[in-house]
Design a protein around this ligand. Sequence first.
Ligand code: ZN
Length: 279
Amino acid sequence: MDQISNGIWLKRGNTNVGLIKCDGKRYLIDTGSSEKFAKSLSEEIGNVDFVLNTHSHADHIQGNHLFASMGARIYADDLEMVFIEKPFMESFYLYGANPPRVLEASFFKAKSSAIRSFQDEKWPSDMEFVQLNGHSPGMTGVKFGDVLFCGDAYFGQEIIQKYTYPYLVDAKVFLDSLEKVTETNADFYVPSHGDPKDDPSKDIKATREALMDFVKITFDTLTLPRSVEEICFEIAESKNLHLNSGTFYLFRSFESAILAYLEEKAEIVNVSYGKWQKK
Ligand SMILES: [Zn+2]
């Protein structure tokens, strides 16, 4: 791990992971995107007292099971807890019913671990939990001293370039959270995916522009009534997105959030049986 500030360390990976040492306790922020990563991390740092999950997505909690087995207590926002304790719920919500086999893969589903609420513990006075919802229902940033661990509130520019769209479940709240990151008075910002920076404004701008681009092209496809699946196929083709049978459900979830956002702005209407059209 690399020390990034007083009492704060960072381990870079597909999902960046933070370590805070304070008053003789050790706090791990997320546990990595694979069990292999978590194992090597545990060999490097040993056990921790607390794991703070920014949110429940599988690529942030793959090491929960391992650190829990070594004695760590795992914490998350109330709205994320059920997905961590019952990982089946992650694939269940993406599919909308008992999920097909493709959503049973570890990319979507980590091992279960017992989970506690952030609200049920007394935290050090220098530690602050910042609600950065939108990417997931209870996405939480962790600020300690001058460093803000941002989770998936925004993505590095190179990540946006690679994956094209910023996954989210609530576009309006996600946009509000981008503002909130900007307004948070930190000296160093650590996104879970991308490079940590003292000024994340370019990454935040790239994240916002990518989202607004998808809002626009989604709106543009709705000259005729279309279902979310039809919209997904059309946009995936025009943007050259390489979706497999599993990541299709992630993209459908993202597009569903965009449609609800456009409906809230009174720009589109749900005309019949799940089909959408410009107002
Ligand atoms: Zn995520």
